[in-house]
Design a protein around this ligand. Structure first.
Ligand code: ADE
Length: 252
């Protein structure tokens, strides 16, 4: 049976899913805990990548080289870019770009040198499955979170989006920074729906190895001056349950 790796950056993004695999076998390697076991009839390995592109690239390499991951899914939070993306929406990536990759004037802005590309696509089949799973979960957030949390966060009318996600080694905590990223991407004819800190690194390593990859991110904030407050609250109250519910439907 082929092995699926499930990765999040932080504990709160993965904890509910880890709790569903109490008999999982733990291996500590390069400072990370890798949990192997069975989940909804699949052989899985779960791990926290830690934050940022380098940590995510190390984790992905280990998952493939040492744990034999045959496909990788990243699940977590992201900051929404643009008015059409609301807190509680879900963005399923169809490609990733590094918003802090800049080797101009030697290469076009955002291009990853020697790869002759700026963006790395996700696996179409897995992405379609994640969209379907996310739609099922968003159809009834009250069942998952309870009415109080749904009202607190203004959830209930959320959408699933599919598109480009921009990754970089920076938490985007001002509207100015968020707009600057949108503007720079726009100048290259690109439009990202969300920002986070790991996906593009995982996508590039998976591209190197030819391993299918997909990613789902719930929007926790608007990548503006309130992002750090919204992010922490969302991380505490919502992140874990959304990740677990989406992954359950994805694996099922
Ligand atoms: N993940 C969630 N919110 C984010 C933000 N505003 N910037 C970067 N990564 C994030």
């Amino acid at each position: 049976m082929s092995k699926t790796a499930i990765v999040s950056a932080m504990h709160q993004e993965l904890s509910a899913l880890l709790a569903l695999m109490p008999s999982g076998r733990k291996t500590v390697h390069v400072g990370r805990e890798f949990w192997e076991g069975q989940l909804y009839g699949h052989q899985v390995v779960m791990v926290l990548s830690r934050l940022g592109k380098v940590a995510a690239a190390t984790t992905t390499t280990v998952l493939i080289e040492r744990f034999g991951a045959k496909r990788i899914v990243f699940t977590g939070l992201a900051g929404g870019l643009g008015a059409g993306i609301r807190v509680g929406d879900v963005v399923v990536a169809d490609a990733f770009i590094q918003h802090d990759m800049d080797v101009t004037p030697l290469y076009p802005r955002f291009e990853v040198p020697l790869y002759e590309r700026a963006s790395f696509s996700t696996d179409a089949g897995m992405t379609a499955q994640l969209v379907k799973a996310s739609r099922q979960v968003l159809a009834n957030p009250k069942a998952l979170l309870g009415s109080e949390a749904v009202e607190d966060f203004g959830l209930g009318d959320n959408r699933v989006h599919q598109g480009l996600i921009a990754s970089g080694d920076r938490f985007i905590g001002s509207a100015q920074d968020g707009h600057a990223i949108q503007k720079a991407l726009g100048a290259q004819g690109l439009d990202a729906l969300a920002v986070e800190m790991e996906g593009a690194a995982v996508a590039q390593v998976c591209y190197d190895y030819g391993v299918p990859f997909a990613a789902v991110r719930t929007i926790s904030d608007h990548a503006d001056h309130e992002a750090h407050v919204d992010f922490k609250r969302f991380l505490r109250c919502v992140a874990s349950r959304y990740s677990a519910a989406i992954m359950e439907k994805f694996l099922d």
